[in-house]
Design a protein. Structure first.
Length: 70
């Protein structure tokens, strides 16, 4: 599992499993599922600073692009 938050685009990404996935779009972001058996592979949460508690965002590592820019 891996997770990060990108403040430049205000997106939190939680990947439970890597691989080919089918994304379901929702108002708040995406749910990624396996095309073979529909099991959950991850989430992408848009407007994360509005949709998630600040403590959760603070606990997530920053994305590599954000760390490299600093």
């Amino acid at each position: 599992m891996r997770a990060h938050y990108d403040p430049e685009v205000d997106i939190a990404l939680i990947v439970l499993e890597s691989g080919s996935a089918v994304s379901e779009e929702h108002d708040w972001g995406l749910i990624d599922r396996s095309p073979e058996d529909d099991h959950l592979m991850g989430f992408e949460i848009w407007d994360a600073s509005r949709n998630l508690p600040p403590e959760l965002i603070a606990a997530l590592p920053k994305s590599a692009s954000t760390r490299d820019a600093a």
